[in-house]
Design a binder for this molecule. Structure first.
Ligand code: VNL
Length: 388
């Protein structure tokens, strides 16, 4: 090789990074913060599995760059969530934050989303006010007012007048208690006692005794995903299922992650929610089959669907923004409309919250398995928490 040629080749090699061709191949990063350990670990496990499934099915490459998801475990400790979000934004330069197993974790992170202009997709937490905590929040889970109003309407139509409510004592529980009571009272019903249990290490014995003493027609319950099975067990052990007290609630208590192991006590429980693994549509059937195949037969629950739809909204947004984050990505997420495994779904352009069908379901044994069987729905329901 001539000396001049050699120099030219060397110069070209050295110039490569400066020209940005290495930079162009850098992955686009998304930070996924989930409770992978601790009390809410089932939520982390479900969402992580769903996001991995979406990524394996779609393998997104945007503007020549791969999309990489960085998973961090916050053990549902809000201080931890905020610290991890900060690191992901500052050190990893993620274009979006996602996950958020519980409301306090989402609330703790919202100021970081605002300050850094990083879109933040809430895949699990469901207190109405979360989307108002930052203009960069987009939600793909659901809201408690949606589920609570839908089940209250069903109760009113089915002659249930005297009810006791029991909720987990924090954001989503307080929403559930309020929106259920407001709606059932509006239609002539009555909540004779409002009971709460702590989020951490709840003890259902004392509250169930109070329920028995009040002997209502129905008990309305909201508990976060993962607590339903323990609650059902105590409900049965105390003989409340035999005492003629009808159990109704938001779908969190008949969570598909645990439902099949709950036993006969769950049969006939009526709940309202946005997702059932038994939802009849080709899109859902395909989703459930692929999810089970990739996860040793694990049945996807509503958390999995929040994750699957959430990563979809981010990836589709990135396609439109050509890989850019910030305001461009946020704008591209607003107004997205598509068929989710849950059914038709829209990200409201104004509120950035999810608009979807709220189904009324009853637990039945189908082909030897306990399932939430949908039998009615409020179509395209917005968050009642925002229609003030
Ligand atoms: C929340 C709402 C968490 C509903 C849940 O499970 C749930 C929340 C962990 O907003 O904290 O089922």
């Amino acid at each position: 090789m001539q000396k001049r040629q050699l120099l030219r080749a060397l110069a070209a090699a050295l110039a490569l990074p400066a020209l940005g061709s290495v930079h162009a191949a850098d992955p686009i990063k998304i930070g996924l913060i989930l409770p992978m350990t601790g009390q809410q670990a089932s939520t982390g496990r479900q969402i992580d599995a769903a996001v991995k499934l979406y990524m394996a099915q779609n393998n997104p490459v945007i503007a020549g760059r791969k999309v990489e998801v960085i998973v961090k475990d916050d053990a549902s400790t809000p201080d931890q969530t905020r610290r991890l979000a900060q690191e992901l934004v500052v050190n990893d330069k993620v274009v979006a934050l996602a996950g958020f197993g519980i409301t306090p974790s989402a609330m703790a992170t919202a100021p970081i989303a605002t300050q850094s202009k990083t879109p933040m997709v809430v895949m699990a937490a469901a207190t109405s006010a979360i989307t108002e905590a930052s203009p960069f929040v987009v939600r793909t889970s659901f809201t408690l007012p949606q589920a609570a109003v839908a089940i209250a309407e069903w109760a009113n139509k089915n002659g249930i007048k005297k009810v006791v409510s029991l909720v987990s004592d924090y954001g989503p529980g307080i929403d559930a208690e309020k929106y259920f009571a407001d709606r059932i009272t509006l239609n002539g019903g009555q909540v004779v006692d409002k009971l709460r249990t702590p989020l951490r290490a709840p003890d259902f014995a004392p509250v169930l005794q109070k329920v028995r003493d009040a002997s209502p027609q129905a008990l309305f319950v909201f508990l976060p995903s993962g607590q339903g099975a323990a609650f059902m067990k105590q409900f049965a052990e105390r003989g409340l299922d035999k005492a003629g007290i009808k159990l109704i609630g938001t779908g969190d208590i008949t969570d598909d992650d645990q439902l099949n192991d709950m036993g006969d006590v769950a049969l006939g429980v009526v709940t309202a929610h946005h997702y059932a693994a038994a939802h009849k549509s080709p899109v859902n059937q395909k989703f459930v089959e692929a999810f089970k195949k990739a996860n040793n037969g694990m049945r996807p629950n509503f958390m999995a669907v929040g994750g699957y739809d959430g990563i979809r909204v981010i990836v589709e947004g990135l396609k439109a923004s050509k890989g850019e984050g910030g305001e461009k990505l946020l704008a591209a997420m607003k107004g997205q409309i598509f068929e989710s495994p849950r059914g038709q779904m829209l990200i409201d352009g104004q509120t950035r919250d999810v608009v979807h069908d709220m189904y009324v379901r009853k637990v039945e044994r189908v082909g030897g398995e306990l399932q939430n069987v949908e039998f009615d729905a409020i179509k395209a329901m917005k968050d009642p928490g925002k229609s003030k």
